[in-house]
Design a protein around this ligand. Structure first.
Ligand code: TRP
Ligand code: ZN
Length: 463
């Protein structure tokens, strides 16, 4: 391999000076994700999305536009955005009309003039239609992911592949960007999206809500929601702005699940390092939406969500959102960590017995369900294994390393890869560094092995 590589380098360097490498070519139609090969696009790096959505609550239709600022990674003759459904009206690149075509779930854009490597450009797409959920075999517990219009409300829960169902984008976590949203809807509806509400303007019968998410965000973590909500604003630790959206007349008892949010942020900040974003909150839907989703700075919950779920989605802000998976086969780094964080919260609230109850319950589940390896899920990526066996990896690691090196590992992980992406090998390296131990065999067994050395005896179910 080495020798062959050398030969090709020699051949290349002996080519005439015209530099074949800068010939404009199309960006790749995907990023080669093992489970989602067509998600994401090669050839450019997304920097900022400015999304405009005019929403009709009568029929759920949108008149919309996105302006994406990006940098060309090589000279580009054409490039793709991911997009499912909807009608594209017009595409411009740097203000000039561009040719476009729909090829499967790709919007292929050919600018009037090729784009130079390293150059920044802006692509604007005007589109309209009624967004629908995107079928995704990776998520067994919902009929589809993305934009949901039902019973007079819109919720978006897009992980992993649904954002392309409502906005053309580079829909893969490996290309984070900042986002802003301008959502216009008839009164009295309220819109809520990621980040800070920077402005609300109104005409006689409509209002525009402008949100800005200044921290880099993976596309699957975007969310736009429209409905009738009661908005509760408060402050978390160090003046962190907190905003909660509840359906009107959402019972006080059900709101209690969110009462300890500030305390949870403080507790997780002690264990994982500072809360990573500019604001936080939560939005509760009017009905069951198939669970909850950790959308950045504003998780979306089903009606009736409990405190455990609130802790889970909060922990994702560190694990999944600030540090995102480099590709979808590393999902246990999200779900295992967020699940484990709820065991830590249980330990904090209920002491060691509460923690042991969680690990005991997990032990029984792993046995009874014969869970496969969390690092090798197959296409149903949201398996019980990424949650339960994923969390158990961290429990086993803590047992092996002791609290000091274990929490040092989590803090270093959150710090080193904040606003970025990482994979399992990166985590192994951090754990080895923090502990001074050789951990390849440990992770091989717990993350990739069929059988895990669970304790023989586990405490009986006490709750
Ligand atoms: N990430 C979610 C969690 O915290 C699960 C999830 C993924 C989800 N995709 C979804 C929930 C779509 C609802 C809809 O466990
Ligand atoms: Zn989760």
């Amino acid at each position: 391999m080495q020798a062959l590589h050398l030969v090709s380098v020699l051949v290349l360097t002996s080519l005439p000076a015209q530099d074949a490498g800068s010939d404009p070519r199309p960006g790749d139609a995907g990023l080669g994700d093992r489970y989602y090969p067509t998600l994401g696009n090669g050839g450019y790096d997304a920097r900022h999305y400015d999304v405009r959505l005019d929403v009709e609550m009568e029929d759920g239709s949108v008149k919309a536009g996105v302006a994406l600022r990006a940098v060309a990674l090589h000279a580009l003759s054409s490039f793709n955005l991911d997009l499912v459904g909807l009608e594209v009206d017009e595409v411009r690149v740097d203000g000039a009309d561009a040719t476009f075509a729909r090829e499967g779930d790709e919007l292929v854009v050919t600018p009037a003039k090729a784009l130079a490597e390293g150059g920044e450009f802006t692509v604007e797409v005007d589109y309209h239609g009624v967004p629908g959920v995107v079928k995704d075999p990776g998520v067994p517990f919902v009929p589809g992911v993305g934009w949901m219009f039902k019973d007079g409300a819109i919720y978006t829960l897009s992980e992993p592949s649904g954002t392309r169902g409502w906005v053309p984008c580079n829909d893969h976590p490996s290309d984070k960007a900042t986002w802003s949203f301008a959502i216009t809807v008839a009164k009295p509806y309220t819109a809520a999206a990621n980040g800070i509400l920077v402005e609300t303007t109104e005409s006689e019968d409509r209002r525009t809500f402008r949100f800005r998410a200044s921290d880099p965000m993976a596309s699957y973590l975007t969310t736009v929601n429209v409905g009738k909500f009661e908005v509760e604003r408060s402050e978390g630790p160090d003046g962190l702005p907190l905003t909660h959206y509840f359906p009107p007349e959402y019972p006080a008892k059900a709101r209690e699940a969110f009462a300890r949010t500030g305390e949870m942020i403080e507790f997780f900040a002690e264990r994982f390092g500072p809360y990573p974003f500019e604001c936080y909150g939560g939005l509760v839907a009017h009905f069951q939406i198939g669970g909850a989703l950790e959308t950045q700075t504003l998780p979306v919950y089903s009606a009736g969500a409990d405190e455990d779920t609130v802790a889970h989605e909060l922990a994702h802000q560190w694990f999944g959102n600030s540090v995102s998976p480099a590709s979808w086969d590393h999902l246990w780094l999200n779900e295992g960590f967020a699940t484990y964080a709820t065991w830590l919260w249980a330990e904090h609230v209920g002491g060691e017995r509460a923690y042991v109850r969680r690990t005991g319950r997990a032990t029984r589940m792993i046995r009874q369900m014969e869970m496969g390896p969390p690092g090798d899920t197959g296409e149903v990526i949201f398996s019980m294994s990424v949650y339960v066996r994923g969390a158990y990896v961290l429990h086993a690691l803590r047992e092996l390393l002791g609290d000091e090196a274990f929490f040092e590992t989590l803090r270093t992980w959150a710090e080193r890869y904040h606003d970025g992406v990482a994979n399992t090998a990166d985590f192994v390296a951090v754990a080895e560094e923090a502990s001074g131990q050789e951990l390849d065999a440990f992770f091989e067994t717990w993350v990739y092995g069929e059988d895990v050395p669970l304790p023989e005896e586990e405490p009986r179910e006490g709750d």
